[in-house]
Design a protein. Structure first.
Length: 265
């Protein structure tokens, strides 16, 4: 679509080695975003130093939005980062994925009004991830060793319509391969700041998108990313977050009381 100014938001926490690979894959994009904003949930100085080192040679503005480490507060830092964004379209990824070189182009080509996009990811094994860190080689493909969910690594852009579909469902939405119009995000007041810890913050946002008339578009055979292996985070907060998402669906809630508008910086 024409007239899109794109802001890429990358969430991170204390893993600068992974963030370096993500940013390397951003620099190699066939279609660059207009800006990159790192949403940093309280990382130490190593992350700040990395961003400072990369900024001068980075092909687009590289912005670091940070707040003090006070536990898992991803929703708050994402709201703050999007406050800083100048784009009218937001593409969101996590700081532990490598983007195939057409990732940004594919999201922009798939964007539609009143629609948010949910992509998928291929998983790298622990051994493959170690090798990537050692070599810093981000040239991955569906045929690379140690790639799981290989179907998710297939990019067949001309056939992407076969794998794309629209559904009025917030299920299985993950913020590591997500894009939306900033106006739609602001309309529902963004991420819910009351959600902390690992859980369903992305699905809760998606449920409010759905309730406000913004449909989910699942995209396949494009927007490929590779997820670096890491141990699974604690899921102790997952049950109550699941209950919250269920309530949002049942009550058709569109707007959260403590969200984007309360996260200004």
């Amino acid at each position: 679509m024409s007239g899109i100014k794109c802001s890429l938001i990358i969430s991170t926490y204390n893993w600068p080695a992974a963030l370096e690979l993500v940013l390397k894959s951003v620099s190699a994009q066939a279609c660059l975003p207009d800006e990159v904003i790192v949403a940093d949930d309280g990382s130490g100085n190593d992350t700040r130093h990395l961003i400072d080192e990369l900024r001068s040679a980075f092909p687009v503005p590289l912005i670091h939005v940070w707040h003090k480490d006070n536990g898992f507060r991803k929703t708050i830092i994402l709201n703050k980062a999007i406050h800083k964004s100048s784009g009218n379209y937001i593409i969101q990824v996590d700081g532990d994925v490598i983007l195939e070189k057409h990732f940004i182009r594919d999201h922009l080509a798939s964007a539609e009004p009143a629609t948010f996009l949910r992509g998928t990811r291929a998983l790298l094994t622990e051994d493959n991830t170690k090798g990537v860190f050692q070599s810093k080689n981000i040239d991955l493909s569906p045929f690379s060793s140690g790639v799981q969910n290989r179907n998710n690594a297939l990019r067949l852009f001309a056939l992407r319509a076969i794998g794309s579909r629209k559904v009025w469902s917030s299920n299985s939405v993950r913020g590591s391969n997500l894009s939306f119009w900033k106006t739609d995000f602001v309309k529902v007041n963004g991420y819910n700041n009351d959600i902390s810890g690992w859980g369903h913050e992305d699905e809760e946002l998606a449920a409010r998108f759905i309730n406000s008339g913004v449909i989910k578009k699942i995209i396949k055979l494009c927007a490929v990313q590779y997820h670096l292996y890491h141990p699974i985070l604690s899921k102790k907060d997952e049950p109550w977050q699941r209950a919250l998402v269920d309530r949002i669906k049942i009550e058709k809630v569109q707007f959260c009381k403590n969200g984007y508008q309360q996260s200004g910086i």
